[in-house]
Ligand binder design. Structure first.
Ligand SMILES: Nc1ncnc2c1ncn2[C@@H]1O[C@H](COP(=O)(O)OP(=O)(O)O)[C@@H](O)[C@H]1O
Ligand SMILES: [Mg+2]
Length: 478
């Protein structure tokens, strides 16, 4: 008995405390309307002990608690004027065995302007949410489509055809090609041509994300999943891409451990955020890209074979720019158009010689490198004509070699182009040219060594007897 009494007393104290803090004001009346509890001291300056047992209509201005007792119906969020102020109040009847045995009145906001403030605040948050959602949508959208892939190369046109057909299906596509060949352009284009085009396009660069973070980037984590985890948890790229496409760029750099996890997710078509056991459906099309062929990585045991088969349902292998040099003039023209539109500058064009120079370069950085060269040359040019001299040094240096029908080889280097002189390559023969070079080096070394062959040999990093032999062979005076 004593324990129950103590517990009850504690509970009452807790309820009192709750009433004191939860509401700005509150009154409880019995079934006839007499006050049994009254917490209005802070708001109206009336002490509870002065009003206990009084009828509520004598104490509270504009009260409707007496009416509630008769109607038995709640009135939530009503405006009630007390002390000349509009307050937001609620009145709730207390039922027991189907009869009204009392009523509770509470003040939710002691000033209508507070409600307005709250409403504005919520409205504001709602607008911000909308803005952020739009921003997220904008950031996760495909930017390029097949029209942006400029090419007249047959192999490329074949690839575009395959990619367009794959776009209509749900198949996973794997794009390979050297860096800068346009893998990302293809990925965007496939998404844009697919039935998922109105969904998000989300890219993740598997090579740029530290190993330990890759899993949470891909699959997200639950609130408080690990120390340092954000309180609100984090959405992963797979969830973000739901209904759309996920582009796993540089998949060849994905650690083996992560490959196993990815494979499991693809097989089960569902996953959990880290630290959660709630299943999330995988509703994404997967496009991956890599500059190393996955097949080769499988052979080196750096890539799981089973994952490779899942990813490379459709394979698109983009040839490097040096294997489709006929695209260069076309690409340059399209790039110049885009750039002049961006800079609002007049459209420039490359001279025939400059275009030839570009076609003689090897383009290890592919179309990306070409873009940079075109942009810098365009900015260098004083007129609307972009010539050889505007090209970067290393591209100017390459002699233009023309093979004539009569098998004459004509070499034009940047100097001869500037002076208008062309010279016929007396010989591109490696051996005779090497001999000339060796002779020149030996003479230079002998001059510096004041004629001492021992010292000259030392300068050249060879033995003295080797120098003698070389000189004899080259027909030099020993
Ligand atoms: N076919 C193309 N037509 C026009 N521009 C291209 C083409 N391919 C690549 N580019 C240009 O080259 C850059 C690199 O392309 P990207 O798709 O990022 O290459 P990758 O992903 O293979 O490294 C792009 O920003 C774009 O400017
Ligand atoms: Mg790329």
């Amino acid at each position: 008995m004593e324990r129950t009494y103590e517990e009850l007393k504690n509970q009452m104290a807790m309820i009192d405390e709750f009433i004191e803090t939860a509401y700005e004001g509150m009154a409880i009346v019995d079934e006839k309307g007499y006050i049994t509890k009254f917490k209005y001291e802070k708001l109206l300056g009336i002490k509870e002990k002065d009003v206990l047992g009084k009828h509520v209509t004598e104490v509270l201005e504009n009260t409707r608690l007496d009416i509630i007792l008769k109607t038995g119906k709640s009135e939530i969020g009503d405006i009630q004027v007390m002390n000349g102020k509009e307050m937001i109040t609620s009145r709730i009847p207390i039922h027991r065995d189907g009869k009204v045995i009392g009523a509770v009145g509470t003040v939710l906001f002691k000033d209508v302007s507070e409600v307005k403030y709250m409403a504005d605040y919520i409205e504001n948050i709602k607008t911000q949410m909308k803005d952020y959602k739009q921003e997220i949508k904008r950031l996760n959208q495909a930017k390029y489509s097949f029209e942006n892939i400029i090419t007249q190369n047959q192999q490329m046109q074949g690839l575009i055809k395959i990619a367009k057909r794959a776009a209509e299906t749900h198949s996973t596509v794997c794009i390979t090609g050297e860096s800068g060949t346009g893998k990302e352009y293809f990925a965007h284009s496939i998404h844009k041509a697919s039935p998922r085009r109105y969904g998000p396009f989300v890219r993740i660069n598997c090579a740029a994300i530290p190993k330990d973070l890759l899993e949470s980037e891909l699959f997200g984590y639950a609130p408080g999943a690990f120390t340092g985890a954000s309180n609100s948890g984090k959405i992963g790229k797979f969830e973000l891409a739901s209904g759309g496409t996920i582009f796993l760029d540089e998949i060849g750099s994905m650690p083996l451990e992560m490959q196993s996890k990815l494979l499991r997710v693809l097989e089960e078509r569902e996953f959990e955020r880290i630290g959660s056991n709630q299943k999330v459906d995988v509703d994404v099309r997967i496009i991956s890209a890599t500059n190393e062929e996955l097949r080769a990585l499988v052979e080196k045991e750096k890539f799981r074979e089973d994952l490779y088969y899942r990813l490379e349902v459709v394979a698109i292998k983009i040839p490097p720019l040096r294997h489709r040099k006929e695209d260069i003039p076309l690409l340059v023209k399209s790039m110049l158009n885009v750039m002049s539109a961006t800079y609002e500058a007049p459209i420039k064009h490359f001279t025939e010689e400059a275009l030839l120079k570009l076609q003689d370069h090897n383009w290890p950085g592919n179309v990306r490198e070409l873009r940079n060269v075109v942009e810098s040359a365009m900015n260098m040019a004083q007129t609307t004509e972009v010539g050889v001299t505007e090209l970067p040094e290393h591209i100017q240096q390459i002699p233009i070699v023309t093979l004539h029908d009569d098998e004459r080889i004509v070499v034009e280097d940047s100097e001869s182009i500037q002076t208008g002189l062309k010279y016929e390559a007396s010989s591109l023969n490696l051996k005779s040219n090497m001999e000339e070079l060796e002779k020149a080096l030996i003479i230079e070394a002998l001059v510096r060594a004041n004629g001492s062959k021992t010292r000259a040999a030392k300068y050249m990093g060879i033995h003295r007897t080797a120098l003698y032999k070389k000189m004899a062979k080259l027909g030099m005076d020993v």
